[in-house]
Design a protein around this ligand. Sequence first.
Ligand code: ADP
Ligand code: MG
Length: 735
Amino acid sequence: MADERTPLKRLIGGAAGKLSKARGLETVGDLLEFWPRRYLEHTSDLSSLHVGMYVVVVADVKTATTRRMHKRRGEMLSVTITDGRNEVDLAFFSSYGHRDVLLPGVTAVFAGEVGIYRGRWQLAHPAYQVLEGGLGSQAADRGPIPVYLQVKGMQNWAVAECVRLVLEHLDEVPEPLPASVRVRHGLPGRLEALKGIHVPRDLREAERARLRFRYEEAFVFQVLLAQRRARQAAARTRGRVPREGGLLAAFDARLPFELTAGQRAVGETLAQELSRDVPMNRLLQGEVGSGKTVIALRAMLAAVDAGGQAALLAPTEVLAAQHHRSVTTMLGDLARGGMLDGSEIGTRVALLTGSQSAAARRHNLLDAASGDAGIVIGTHALIQEHVQFQDLALVVVDEQHRFGVEERDALRGKASQPPHVLVMTATPIPRTVTMTVFGDMETSTLTELPRGRSPIVTHVVPTDRPGWVQRTWERIAEEVRGGRQAYVVCPRIGDDGAARRSSSSPDDEELGVPPAEDGEVAPREMASVYAVDAALRENPALDGLTIAVLHGRMAAEDKDSVMAAFTRGEVDVLVSTTVIEVGVDVANATVMVVMDADRFGLSQLHQLRGRVGRGRHPGLCLLLTASDTEAARERLDAVAATTDGFELARLDLELRGTGDVLSGRQSGGGRSGRGMGRGSFRFLSLVRDEETILQARDAATELVTGDPELAQHPDLGAAVRDWVDEEQAAFLEKG
Ligand code: ADP
Ligand code: MG
């Protein structure tokens, strides 16, 4: 007998080598989680055919002959198959690869469309799957045939036979689902489900097995999250109670606007959680411009007023620098603590980026370590490097749906006591995703935009209407003449020999741009920053306008100076990649043109257009597209039709899966080809299975409350540890 850890070698001999080499499958458990992609079912026999009918049938090869063709090179293969009563001819116009397989006596499943040739039924180039030889009529009694990912050097039936053999040797497998949960949902046990999925008697049985594994994925992951929540609730840190009359009060007194009701409510929640001795772990969602940064800054000031320090992590250096600029501006003399012109109660705001001079860096590192800097701003390199804090009380992670659980853990390790953590995201995240990817955090959402914000109008501009495109550039010129500024966003940089690259080998910040639409003949060349910049300089409509470029491959100081010039209004038109996607805030910018808009995700477009209409002036977003596929048009029309980011995020999720919504957090599959990484559930869909996730979450929370360390559920504990191991492996690989 065998268990899940038994090496395949012991059970199936030579085939084990191939399974290991081709798919990394080493143990019985690995092979059992090599899930079938689909099933072949023989639904018809050969007795009642008609032209155009699609048949799937188990039949024997009766005869097979090859002959040279007159007009073409190579040889043709003619095969006759029989189901015992009736016959059909098969025609292969190249015998290559088929001649040695379809020998008389071989049994296979054949699938194809029925035609007629010289008065006989014919399938031209049918798909087929050879069954193990000699089964004859027995094959017809079998259930659906599982189809596996191809394993080099093995026929599908041989893989299926290995699985079948392994299942026969298995008398028990770990059962992560508690019996009570199984009973409540009418789910089969794990061994039964493994048999149901690999050797189903019929498709209903396979479906029942899938439901069980779907629930298992949801449940095991929710148990993991429930444990994390429980541990966090049990963790202790220092409550941070700000002193009266400190920075926060001074800052509030000079705020040029009133906080919205939502901002006040979230602010109170944060203040309360900061003052408790349980570390805060909160996700703040809110549309671009909903005023998250102000909220975060107030929380940071409270932390400083309580004698601690706060760190603000941005996803890029451009954003870190911009945050530094805007925070120091907002704080004024409050940010010049210890200086002659500084406020008496002032602190300092340190900036740490990879590209600053050694001297500046040393100075800032010192300010962080001594505590002279109450606020430290940088990219997430802050948590990877050996930056010392005097007393880190609060960490704010900006725009970081890109940060996962592991990053948050690493970050907590920076302080002697775990810091309070606030993660902000402007990408609306569908509830199912929040419950999984951010399932260990509490969430707050800012729903209203500050008053006086102007709406953004979005139009789709097909580039096969030349008049419209020129009108787009004229529109930009008009805005600039009215004193405003414009963005032109391109999917590529295009500054070197790699300029012809297609979307399948993306440049750095082009990550997140989806591959070409299916069915597109040849990938169109996408607009690049440099090509568009050159074209706009030639365009008479933009005569006299100042145009600059910005992208991630520029030196940091060049990026900073371009951004600063744009912020000061010295640049009229900024041609850039998606580096401006998050957080960049220039209220005077009112128009955005997105080139090849069909290459971006819906959430990403929504995010991008949030850069305009941030001031008193209405925003305009023009989505240029050369794609004439209906699907592309529909997606862009959806962006034009709604400003509801959650709706677009949900659509994105439906159209392109989780990876895109969480941009950059694509799964990549586990080590054993199991593909169980977060965001890549094998059976669970974050689009379809909200109900399952909710049920699993309730059941998991209940179970963990009663048995926090899973002492009574060892198999479940092992399954949870498997997840964690895979996550950590993926995290380490990512660097
Ligand atoms: P987010 O970070 O959510 O994108 P910000 O905090 O950067 O939003 O706010 C966007 C702009 O709106 C900033 O210029 C900010 O000063 C301003 N703002 C924030 N809250 C308010 C408010 N309650 N009333 C008016 N303006 C506000
Ligand atoms: Mg912001």
